[in-house]
Design a protein around this ligand. Structure first.
Ligand SMILES: CC(C)(COP(=O)(O)OP(=O)(O)OC[C@H]1O[C@@H](n2cnc3c(N)ncnc32)[C@H](O)[C@@H]1OP(=O)(O)O)[C@@H](O)C(=O)NCCC(=O)NCCS
Length: 330
């Protein structure tokens, strides 16, 4: 007889970590001015809502940020490292070309039980992709207790001579423990990609013949990204709600990818959600790509706004072009 499969995967703990170096818009403007690049706190705040971001010090790699985030999530879930039987790290700024950051993190956590660990690369949608994959592995009985992490050191791929991009991003990591459960749980997820738009947000360089080939810094057509993001975030949220048999009124909190306050507020308005149901950390974190959603989730769990039983809509959008959403009950 086959073992009974769990009906749901459920988030049982959250954690996050920001590198200590906080860089305000004024700090950044001063650093850029020294290179002859002009920007201002006023421009950045008005266009994006960002007031500060955190940058990792030289030598700090993606798995270094993921490690304290993972430990905090395990502590919140009341789990030990030995309980973990799956690690998925969403990142576009891995420690190495290979092996995956997830395997390096597994070793740093001291996990030697042979359970799978791998990275997911879907840029700023990465956490939603990773959560969806972990949910599927749990509900099909392949894992019981997963660490799902978004971790990024985007400062490493920024061109600090390009003011249209370097002011937008930051470093950090967020983690959740996702466990098999017969209580809800993830209620629905949906993933999308459209590779025809790869060029509007990319880091086109690669490594070959012992050299970096092409430009290894982030390129973005901000207005094209803005237009696409606004449309897909509304559509995917509505689609996931419909599949789960829920409506906008069931959402206690919306946690969209933290890239730009105008995109986030626009999405909340379209879903008829009041401002206090929108979780915002972009002001303090900037855009931390795959880390932004779990960082925002953990911030709101730790300040007491988000509690057990709340219904959350998580939404990601980014390079690829990729997008997706996850509706869950905490
Ligand atoms: C990037 C973004 C903030 C730019 O805002 P925008 O209103 O589109 O601004 P524009 O690109 O039209 O630039 C307006 C002016 O500001 C200038 N500018 C650009 N960056 C600047 C900066 N950091 N500081 C000061 N001025 C800046 C431009 O040079 C331009 O000047 P010009 O009119 O003299 O040519 C906006 O397009 C955006 O948020 N896009 C989505 C980005 C995003 O979310 N990406 C991540 C998705 S995962």
């Amino acid at each position: 007889m086959s073992p009974t499969l769990p009906r749901y995967s459920r988030i049982t703990g959250t954690g996050s970590h920001l590198p200590p170096r906080r860089v305000t818009n004024d700090d950044l403007a001063r650093q850029l001015a020294a290179r002859g690049v002009e920007t201002s706190d006023q421009w950045i705040v008005e266009r994006t809502g960002i007031r500060a971001r955190h940058f990792a010090d030289e030598g700090v790699v993606c798995s270094d940020l993921a490690l304290p985030a993972a430990r905090a999530a395990l502590a919140a879930a009341g789990r030990q490292t030995d309980d973990v039987d799956l690690i998925i790290v969403a990142t576009s700024t891995p420690d190495m070309v290979f092996p995956s950051t997830a395997t390096l993190l597994q070793a740093k956590l001291g996990i030697a039980n042979g359970s799978p660990a791998f990275d997911v690369q879907a840029v700023c949608s990465g956490f939603i992709y990773a959560l969806t994959v972990a949910d599927a592995l749990i509900r099909t009985g392949s894992a019981q207790c997963a660490l799902v992490i978004g971790s990024e050191v985007f400062s490493r791929i920024l061109d600090f001579d390009d003011r249209t991009t370097c002011v937008l991003f930051g470093d950090g990591a967020g983690a959740v423990v996702l466990e098999a459960s017969n209580e809800p749980g993830l209620l629905g997820t949906e993933l999308h990609a459209d590779g025809r738009h790869a060029g509007i947000l990319c880091t086109p360089g690669t490594v070959a013949g012992g050299k970096v080939i092409g430009d290894p810094t982030l390129k973005m057509d901000g207005q094209a990204v803005f237009k696409l993001a606004v449309g897909v975030l509304e559509d995917v949220a509505r689609s996931v709600l419909a599949k789960a048999g829920k409506t906008e009124a069931d959402i206690d909190f919306l946690i969209p990818h933290q890239a730009n306050i105008r995109i986030m507020q626009g999405t909340a308005r379209k879903l008829k959600l009041p401002a206090d149901k929108l979780i915002v950390t972009v002001d303090e974190h900037g855009n931390t790509s795959a880390a932004s959603i779990p960082l925002a989730l953990d911030a709101a769990v730790r300040d007491g706004r988000i509690r057990r039983g709340h219904t959350l809509m998580l939404e990601g959008v980014g390079g690829g072009f990729t997008w997706g959403a996850a509706l869950l009950e905490l």
